[in-house]
Design a binder for this molecule. Structure first.
Ligand code: FES
Length: 104
C-alpha cells in the first residue's frame, strides 16, 4: 500500500453538509469523512447491498450510516454495528502540512 495525495488541504475538499466527500483514487470510489474523531476514508459502496455511502451520514458513535437500509459501519474497523458480518473497506487517511493523504 502507498500513500496518495488527494488534496492540498482539508479546506480544499468539497465535503457535503454531512462532512462526507466522494473521491476517486486508483480507480476506486471512496468516501473521505471529516469526522469528529479525525479524517477517515472508506469505500463508497455499501457492503450490504451496494448503496452509495457518500449519500449517508455519520452517527454519534463515528459510524457511517447507509441511507438505503440504515446499516451502520465503524469508520475505524469497518465492522457493521449489528455484527451481521458485513465489512466495509476502510483506508488510512492523514492530514499534514503537505496535504491530505490516503493509503491504498
Ligand atoms: S445498501 Fe446500504 S444498508 Fe443496505
Amino acid at each position: 500500500m502507498d500513500w496518495y495525495k488527494v488534496a492540498d488541504s482539508l479546506a480544499s475538499i468539497p465535503f457535503n453538509e454531512k462532512k462526507i466527500a466522494l473521491i476517486k483514487l486508483e480507480g476506486k470510489e471512496m468516501c473521505l469523512v471529516n469526522s469528529p474523531l479525525g479524517l477517515r476514508a472508506c469505500a463508497n459502496r455499501c457492503p450490504h447491498a451496494g448503496g452509495n455511502l457518500s449519500e449517508g451520514f455519520i452517527d454519534s458513535r463515528n459510524h457511517i450510516v447507509c441511507y438505503v437500509h440504515y446499516y451502520r459501519f465503524s469508520l475505524d474497523t469497518g465492522r457493521d454495528a449489528l455484527n451481521e458480518g458485513y465489512f466495509l473497506k476502510t483506508y488510512p487517511a492523514k492530514v499534514n502540512d503537505e496535504g491530505v493523504f490516503v493509503k491504498v
